[in-house]
Design a binder for this molecule. Structure first.
Ligand SMILES: Nc1nc2c(ncn2[C@@H]2O[C@H](COP(=O)(O)OP(=O)(O)OP(=O)(O)O)[C@@H](O)[C@H]2O)c(=O)[nH]1
Ligand SMILES: [Mg+2]
Length: 144
């Protein structure tokens, strides 16, 4: 079950802790358990799976419209950009537009990624880092 935790230092003062929660339908009910304590969301989608992207969007829309998620930056990663037949970031952006409209441009972004090649990870951590640090007052860090 997807409960893997990893830590990545952002700088000398900031340690990012990531929980990898599974995306399967049966596990989505567990996402809610994280809402009060999280500081940011990275939502990874498969850019080659056109059929399921709408379902992904709806699942994420359900999350971002929850009042506990207010003010939380949400990053959508268009993964598998290394696969020949993939949707371009622009197309993923269009699909996920309802999320961007709800959150505003400041707190949402779609970035290209290839987990297998390790591409896009640095950009993701940077984008989220800026926002999490900026939210230090409204959403205080957990010092552990
Ligand atoms: N070509 C390619 N394959 C990838 C990439 N990222 C993941 N995969 C493959 O996609 C499959 C699913 O990857 P997972 O990491 O298990 O997917 P997941 O989203 O964590 O799945 P859940 O935890 O069930 O939500 C695996 O076979 C991976 O090797 C990528 O960037 N490029
Ligand atoms: Mg997983």
């Amino acid at each position: 079950m997807g409960q893997n935790v990893a830590s990545i230092p952002l700088d000398k003062k900031t340690l990012f802790k990531f929980w990898d929660v599974g995306g399967q339908e049966s596990l989505r009910g567990l996402w809610r358990e994280y809402f009060t304590h999280l500081h940011g969301i990275i939502f990874v989608v498969d850019s080659t799976d056109r059929k399921r992207l709408e379902e992904c969007r709806d699942a994420l829309l359900d999350v971002v419209t929850d009042e506990e998620i207010e003010g939380v930056p949400v990053l959508m990663m268009a993964n598998k950009q290394d696969v020949e037949d993939h949707l371009e970031v622009q197309d993923v952006k269009e699909l996920f537009n309802p999320i961007a409209e709800h959150l505003g441009a400041r707190d949402s972004r779609v970035l290209p990624m290839s987990a297998i090649k390790g591409e896009g990870v640095k950009e993701a951590v940077e984008w989220l880092g800026v926002r999490v640090v900026r939210n230090k007052q409204s959403r205080a860090p957990r010092l552990k």
